[in-house]
Each structure stands twice: as C-alpha cells, then as structure tokens.
Ligand binder design. Sequence first.
Ligand code: GDP
Length: 365
Amino acid sequence: PVQAGIVGLPNVGKSTLFNAITKAGAEAANYPFCTIEPNVGVVEVPDPRLDKLTEMVKPNRVVPAVVRFVDIAGLVRGASKGEGLGNKFLSHIREVDAVIHVVRCFEDPDVTHVDGKVSPMRDIDTIELELILSDMEAVERRMDRVQKMLKSGDKKAQQELAVLQRLCAAFEDEKPARSIDWTPEEAEIVRNQFLLTSKPVLYVANVSEEDLGKADNALVQEVRARADREGAGVVVICAKIEAEIAELTDPEERTVFLQDLGLEESGLDRLIRETYTLLGLITYFTAGVQEVRAWTITRGTKAPQAAGVIHTDFERGFIRAEVTAYDDLVTCGSQTAAREKGVQRLEGKEYVMKDGDVVHFRFNV
Ligand code: GDP
C-alpha cells in the first residue's frame, strides 16, 4: 500500500495526530500484507462508492484501500549530522512515497517551541535543511563513483554527472530536488538516487481548536503561499480535535460532532484524500460476491499493470478487462443489467484505467 511518512519538529503535534491515526486505524488482522510496527498506522481510505457497491453486490467481504502512515519522530536540527537518532530517522523517509510535514500553526503558552517562537516557515526550513544536507552527502558520494566510471569511458556517466551537478548546485542554494524541472530522462536518473527531497510533500498546518473551520490564520497563509510555490499540498487540521474524533467509534456520533464544529469530514479523511491527490493516485474496484475491493493505482496505469496490483499472474497472463464505469453501474443497478445495456466494455492491453472503473480481469494462468 501507499506509504506516507509523518515528519516535523518536536512539539508541533505529530504524536497527537499519529495517535488519532492509530485509533481511527484499521484492524491490523485485516491487512496481513501490512506489517504493523509501533510507529505505523494503517487507515482505510474513505470511499462512498465502496459502500454503494457493497450494498449492491452484498459480498462476503469488503476490503477498502489503505494508506500506511509511518511516524518518523525524532527529526531535529542536526539530524543529518547524526544528532539524536538523526540518520536512522532519515533512512525511514527513504522508504515512503510521500512526506507529511506537520507544522505548528497554533499559539499555546503551555506548549514550548523548540526554537522559542512559533514560526512554521522556520520550522519547514529547519527540517528541509536536514533533508537537503543528507541528500547532498549522498549526491557527493555518488559523484565520486560516477567520476571514476567516466574515466573508464562510460557514456551514461556523463549524463548522470550533469544531473548530479545540478542537484548539488540546488542543494547549495538550500533548494530541494523537487524544486528542479527535469526532462523525463533526467527525472529517471534523479529517481534512481532515492533522494529525500525529491519526494512529494504535504504540509499539515496544525491549528488551535478555536481556529478550526475559520479563515486561515496568518501562519497558515504563510504555509499555503509556500506550498503553492513548491507545488506541495496543504491540509489544515487541529490535531487535538482529530484525537477526539478518533475516540468516537459510532458513525452517527461522529457526524454530529463534526457538524457541531461546522465540518463535513474529519481532518484525517482530508489528509488521506490529499495524499491520494498529491501522489496522483486513483482507485478501481473489483466487485464479486466473495469480495468487493478497492485497489490503488497511479493515474495513467494501463489495464495489465492495474491487474498486476492484484497478482503478478494477472499481469503476465492478461487477456482482457471487463470494465464498467462506476456511475454506469449504479445507473443500471447490477452488473448483469450493465452487460445487457451494453455499458460494460471489453478493454485490451492498451486501455488506460479510469478512476472508479469496476473491473473483472480475464487472464491465462
Ligand atoms: P510532537 O512532539 O510533534 O509529537 O508533539 P505532540 O503531539 O506531543 O504535541 C506537543 C504538545 O502540543 C502536546 O502538549 C499537545 O497536547 C499539544 N498540541 C498538539 N496539537 C495541538 C493543538 O492542535 N492545539 C493545542 N492547543 N495543543 C496541541
């Protein structure tokens, strides 16, 4: 499943948010494919379409898509130089698809700030600098190797070196790898460096209870402006309230609680949705009587590769996909009706999957 790593300076509200995630989280037993460690929370992706399909098909089992959140606490100033357990935490970031950067946008005299004053801009700079320094070290090490390859006449090495040099220059300006525009070819080289600062970022602006549901406060506005410049996302939440919402197991109670706050959905649900958007992810469904299930793919994925998410055999032996758009299926009322009305399509290897496709794959074993 998709993995998102939660980072941020101490005392910004990471643990509070992470606790809300684990409380709201899915039963570990339902997700044998997700190893659960103490710093990992697995949450189901809320999707009303899945509920509707369940109602329609009445399957034995329903499996929503999930996002795995990893709490990467302990990232402090000096982490790249091995302060605290710095390097260990940095290596956790390498494994995630997206970075969720929690920044403090609430004033509270009872909660001290590690740098004395609440300033999300400086907080972002502090964390980003550690990531940049770590990347810089990795790139410099790689440059040494590539220079040796160059001497032995490796053509590819020349191209890689040029990319590494541009990365280095950006890092010296304290700019992350994601701030550079690459050609597809260069982007491939960058991907292979597994850099921390090339991961997509979503800022979580943690505001006070009073500020929730109101117009952005000045600190949130700063975060938004920065995110816009960087192509990053922003989700405004109040971690404390999220912790309270997560305590409410009764859906009705939860709805009333949210309504009282003037909210349509929890911050956590928004966070999950924004993570999907940030990563360019879409969902397709399989809907059999045994199981109705949501699957996560990247926008632009073709049918065989989408099948491969279920099982590699499905991709290898792919013949065709029987596809019905979710809306068409709902209009028809059943898969049989969809077939009779001719809205179920047979698609081949080149078919690009769409969000909400309800699919049955045909394959050779
Ligand atoms: P971490 O060090 O980033 O994990 O931060 P914590 O989650 O432990 O939070 C640090 C302190 O800030 C705790 O005392 C929290 O109760 C408090 N805190 C976290 N989120 C909020 C919030 O939204 N509003 C207020 N007022 N306090 C918060």
